[in-house]
Design a protein around this ligand. Structure first.
Ligand code: G6P
Length: 611
């Protein structure tokens, strides 16, 4: 989720680039950089926030009216000055910035190294820069043509901008999987990951589609497909203001983050779930896989929503690997003198990578000489750095305090970890693995179909805005979803809610049920469906208002429940990825109706870095 900005015109480029990058910081940042053309390509880049880059620029300003800038959210290589973009090639003759992942970068890097290319960073982007150089020199091409031909040989996602000192009056832009648009001005043009960097200069934009490129000059731009065919583009007039743009047009970051889950999960699986050769490739675990395969126990530690993902992970890992799993609140683990022994692995889950209790669990395990793994979203965060190995979510920054897309990305990553270990241990056969890989691959589109019901969920939320209490019930791997649904509602709407395993209802919560108690029941048609239905009957008998989440085509609950929401059918262990979506939407719409501060609920912090 890096941010990209570009400018060509008559104004001072570096001012526009730095202001634009600041506006793109909401997309995530661990470093930032710009390149400006002034006879040669001048690059300034720095780890940290855009303000750090600004300090560098104050000391070493760059003049010029053509340039590009980038905020990085690392995917390859730790966040530092060297890995920051832009990356140059051929002794600084040209530079590129890139948002996305070049999947075949390892193969390209090997080929280039054999030809004598050397690399200063750990990034896939630098590989792409050298590859463009190689393609250009091999066939003596113009710069734009070299970029185009190189991209035809690249697998993966990119939003890309390139500048060359040989052809200084143009920017070359390409998009495949990462958003990019052009801002059309008078004698000047802008480029952005969204329109926020240039909204005060022009509201006329051209959206690039996947597989399209553009050559952008001061007074003209040409758009064509990566295969070279010209494309006629329409100019759209933007109506959004700055804040709306940052939220992707949604009213709140939380809603944006709920809605972007299909793409987030595609990113989390990209290059990792390999249907064609029935593989899961998790580069971050390659070195420790022998230890994982022989693990005698896996202890998962986390807090909040990440702890709920851990509970789903327990089902997944035990099912596919037959390794016993224990799930601990990180805050409890650290203080209860846990028994840790040879053969144990401690896996921590943290969106921020900075939660103090989770970090303490990592340190405690390491003191006991135990292998630690991290499932973390924020690249370069403390937990990501201190764990021995791990897998990033690649979910992009999560800004809404109530976690949504990180939860589903965590469940996807845990599924991939379980399948990868299971395959190595021989506890999952090739056929079952294939079925799971197909199931995972289908999830993003299935989530799209659940998100398409958001208007219906918005409507029904009116009936619940005055509720004082909610009960959430689920069984098996949907029990953690019941906990997560209850937590979402509590966090943002301040309605008291509890999650329970459905069968435990009769041991207590049933005493609370009357006609004022909405009860959300996740009732997928799995092995214990009939037992869940018995629970629904008990609630209905006490006039409780049941909102059931079940699978498409199941109309058996229609008479028993007040509301029935449907999600597509999936494999049992993958159901949480679908059943959680209506619960996220319900809590969001109820909180909006109650006029709550959805993105920053009272008393809560996005990242709890103190005890
Ligand atoms: C806070 C946040 C939650 C989050 C929890 C754990 O309580 O408000 O949304 O689930 O911390 O955070 P982590 O970054 O470690 O996943």
């Amino acid at each position: 989720m890096c941010g990209i900005v570009g400018y060509i015109g008559a104004r001072e480029a570096s001012d526009i680039l730095v202001t634009g990058l600041k506006r793109l910081e909401y997309r995530g940042y661990d470093s930032a950089g710009i390149a400006v053309l002034n006879g040669s390509v001048k690059v300034r880049k720095k780890e940290g926030k855009v303000s750090e880059l600004e300090t560098v620029l104050n000391g070493q300003p760059v003049d010029g009216s053509v340039g590009m800038g980038h905020t990085r959210w690392a995917t390859h290589g730790v966040p530092n000055d060297v890995n920051a973009h832009p990356h140059t090639a051929d002794n600084g003759r040209f530079a590129i910035i890139h948002n996305g992942i070049i999947e075949n970068y390892a193969v390209l890097k090997k080929q280039l190294a054999e030809k004598g290319y050397t690399f200063t960073s750990d990034t896939d982007t630098e590989v792409l820069a050298h590859f463009i150089d190689d393609v250009q020199k091999e066939a003596n091409l113009s710069f734009a043509e070299a970029v185009r031909q190189a991209l035809t040989q690249v697998d993966g996602a990119y939003g890309l901008v390139a500048v060359s000192q040989d052809e200084p009056d143009m920017l070359v832009v390409a998009r495949n999987g990462s958003p990019l648009l052009l801002g059309i001005g008078e004698g000047e043009h802008f480029i952005g990951s969204d329109a926020s960097p240039f909204i005060e200069y022009t509201r006329n934009v051209v959206y690039l589609n996947d597989g399209e490129m553009a050559v952008v000059r001061r007074n003209s731009y040409e758009v064509f497909k990566i295969d070279g065919a010209p494309v006629a583009k329409e100019v759209h007039a933007l109506e959004w203001d700055l804040e709306e743009i940052e939220k992707g047009g949604y009213e709140h970051f939380m809603l944006k983050e709920i809605m972007e889950q299909p793409e987030v999960l595609e990113n989390a699986m990209r290059g990792r779930v390999r249907l064609d050769d029935n593989q899961i490739r998790l580069g971050g675990l390659a070195d420790v896989m022998p230890q994982l395969v022989n693990a005698e126990r896996i202890i998962i530690c986390a807090c909040g929503t990440s702890w709920h993902a851990a509970l789903v992970g327990e089902y997944l890992i035990e099912k596919h690997t037959r390794i016993p799993v224990e799930v601990e609140y990180a805050s409890e683990f650290r203080y209860r003198d846990p028994i840790l022994k040879d053969g144990d692995v401690v896996l921590v889950i943290s969106q921020s990578g900075e939660t103090a209790d989770t970090l303490a669990a990592v340190r405690q395990a390491q003191q006991a000489g135990i292998l630690t793994l991290g499932v973390v979203n924020t690249v370069g965060s403390t937990i990501a750095r201190e764990t021995d190995a791990g897998v990033y979510l690649h979910a992009g920054p999560e800004i809404g305090v109530a976690s949504t897309k990180a939860f589903t990305a965590q469940v996807v990553v845990l599924t991939m970890i379980a399948l990868a270990i299971g395959k190595e241990r021989g506890t999952i056969d090739e056929g079952t693995l294939h079925t799971f890989l197909q199931g995972l691959t289908a999830i993003p589109d299935q989530i799209r179909s659940v998100l398409a019901q958001s208007e219906q969920i918005k409507e029904l939320s009116h009936d619940y805005k005055t509720a004082d209490n909610f009960l959430y019930l689920g069984r098996g791997c949907n029990f953690p979803v019941a906990l997560e649904g209850a937590l979402k509602l509590k966090e943002i709407s301040y309605i008291h809610a509890e999650g329970y395993p459905a069968a435990e209802m009769k041991h207590g919560p049933i005493a609370l049920i009357d006609r004022f108690m909405p009860v959300v029941v996740i009732a997928m048609k799995d092995a214990i469906y009939d037992k869940v239905v018995s629970g629904i009957e008990e609630v209905a008998a006490r006039e409780g208002a049941v909102i059931a989440i079940t699978e498409e085509g199941n109309d058996e609950l229609d008479d028993l429940c007040k509301v029935v929401l449907h999600v597509p059918r999936s494999l049992e262990c993958l159901e949480p990825l679908l059943t959680v979506i209506p619960l996220q939407l319900l809590s969001y719409y109820v909180a909006v109706l109650r006029d709550c501060n959805v993105d920053q609920p009272r008393n809560l912090a996005k990242s709890v870095t103190v005890e």
